[in-house]
Design a protein around this ligand. Structure first.
Ligand SMILES: Cc1cc2nc3c(=O)[nH]c(=O)nc-3n(C[C@H](O)[C@H](O)[C@H](O)COP(=O)(O)OP(=O)(O)OC[C@H]3O[C@@H](n4cnc5c(N)ncnc54)[C@H](O)[C@@H]3O)c2cc1C
Length: 407
């Protein structure tokens, strides 16, 4: 009998694993189980073009019906994995079906952290297509919104709401929310960007309560200030979807704990992919969990390799990469900017909306880069993160890219 690989979760992690398995020659049976009723779709546009309406539904599809046929993959939509029997290699679904497998891919991702503040209605989260649909409809019919959480998703929702002409405020307990990732001085440039786009920021201020109902909500801040609005969007992080693994005996600690080959701890045939996987990163020498699109894609390729080449396993040691679109800024971040000890900002004197921040670790080695509206700088610097380089190397490279320089 041939082998069967079952994938739980049909978002980018699960879908890319199926595609990578087939392109790497996996000839066994493939089955995907997905809780949502929709065919695989992509999430990054949900807080960007899809929310503003500039990108249609057809642009979200991760695969077409024809590709699903070509991949010869069975897809079970609208049914949730309920539990896992590791000893029997058997997955139980909520509809009562039990599915035997040879390999299991855990790609169940994360969900939006629920709002701890309950109003009657008008408080939104944003994770799924259905969330985005509902939010878009309500943004179009509202005059004002308070966004709780100044991270990437909060900032993108604020920008989308300005696109519809709403009065927008953002609240975050941190003084400089993006400073967590890029350091406070660079993070303050992002706060300035909100102000330039007429968004009020209440940073260094938490939420005490949200009361009222859609169209007439009040957000009470910890300093006693009251913000009135029609809608609230809460973007305060995400929670791994691991409840279905609770009785499996697998190690669950802020995600599914995996080794450097992305195998669930102690298991040769169960793998974690994407936002749900917390794996041992060989270069960082610790367990990490990354909620970025590119990580799900790269981890899928590594897992497909490790399933199809069990005698030639590859360790998964990616350089992190994420992008975000906020107002007219295209932001790209690579490497470990959050761990840096030092950084240098390189500005393009011909364009005030274009700059790069280059980060160094405690030994002065280049460890990360953030660019705004400068994709060429990102492409060139990102390559240097694969090996050890003094920070002077990307800095020279960026200076050469500035107008009036050769090259
Ligand atoms: C609004 C938004 C904007 C984003 N923008 C960016 C961006 O600009 N750049 C970037 O790098 N990243 C961005 N991301 C993050 C990126 O989309 C995620 O990293 C990516 O979706 C992770 O994919 P995944 O397959 O690991 O998990 P998920 O996308 O979370 O998918 C997991 C899937 O598993 C399913 N599932 C869960 N539990 C079960 C179960 N028990 N049984 C069956 N199915 C189950 C879920 O329904 C879901 O479809 C954004 C995310 C969101 C929500």
């Amino acid at each position: 009998m041939g082998s069967r690989t079952v994938v739980v979760g049909a978002s980018v992690g699960g879908t890319k694993t199926v595609q990578a398995l087939r392109s790497q020659g996996y000839a066994g049976e493939l089955l995907v189980v997905e809780a949502e009723p929709h065919l695989p779709y992509d999430k990054p546009p949900l807080s960007k073009g899809y929310l503003t309406g500039t990108l249609g539904r057809d642009r979200l599809n991760l695969v077409s019906d024809a590709e699903i046929k070509d991949l010869a993959v069975g897809v079970k939509l609208g049914v949730r994995a309920k539990s896992l029997d590791v000893a029997a290699n058997e997955l139980a679904l909520e509809d009562g079906e039990r599915i035997a497998f040879d390999n299991l891919i855990v790609a169940s991702g994360v969900r939006a952290r629920p709002s701890p503040w309950q109003a009657k209605d008008g408080v939104h989260l944003l994770r799924t297509l259905d969330d985005a649909e509902m939010l878009k409809k309500n943004l179009q019919n509202s005059r004002s919104v308070v966004v709780v959480g100044g991270g990437f998703i909060g900032a993108e929702v604020a920008a989308a709401a300005r696109h519809f002409g709403l009065d927008v405020s953002i609240v975050d307990p941190l003084e400089v929310p993006i400073g967590r990732v890029l350091g406070d001085p660079v993070g303050k440039l992002f706060t300035r960007l909100h102000h330039l786009n007429d968004v009020a920021t209440h940073f260094g201020n938490g939420v005490e309560a949200i009361t009222g109902t859609k169209g007439n909500l009040t957000v009470e801040l910890t300093d006693g200030k009251l913000l009135s609005c029609d809608l609230v969007v809460v973007g305060i992080g995400a929670v791994p979807n691991t409840e279905w693994l609770a009785s499996s005996g697998l190690l669950i600690e802020n995600g599914l704990v995996c080794d450097e080959y992305c195998r669930a701890d102690g298991q040769a045939n169960i793998f974690g992919v994407g936002d749900v996987a917390r794996w041992y990163h060989p270069r960082q020498r610790e367990l990490v969990r990354v909620e970025h699109w590119t990580n799900a894609v790269e981890q899928a390729a590594c897992v497909a390799h490790n399933i199809t080449n069990p005698k030639d396993l590859t360790r998964y040691a990616p350089v992190p990469y994420v992008w975000s679109d906020q107002y007219d800024w295209k932001i790209q971040i690579a490497g470990e900017t959050a761990r840096a000890s030092d950084y240098v900002v390189v500005e393009d004197p011909s364009n005030e909306n274009r700059f790069a921040a280059v980060y160094a670790d405690h030994s002065g080695l280049f460890c990360g880069v953030a660019t705004v509206n400068w994709p060429r700088a990102m492409i060139q610097c990102r390559r240097l993160l694969d090996s050890e380089n003094a920070i002077s190397i990307p800095l020279n490279l960026l200076n050469d890219l500035l107008p009036g320089r050769p090259g």
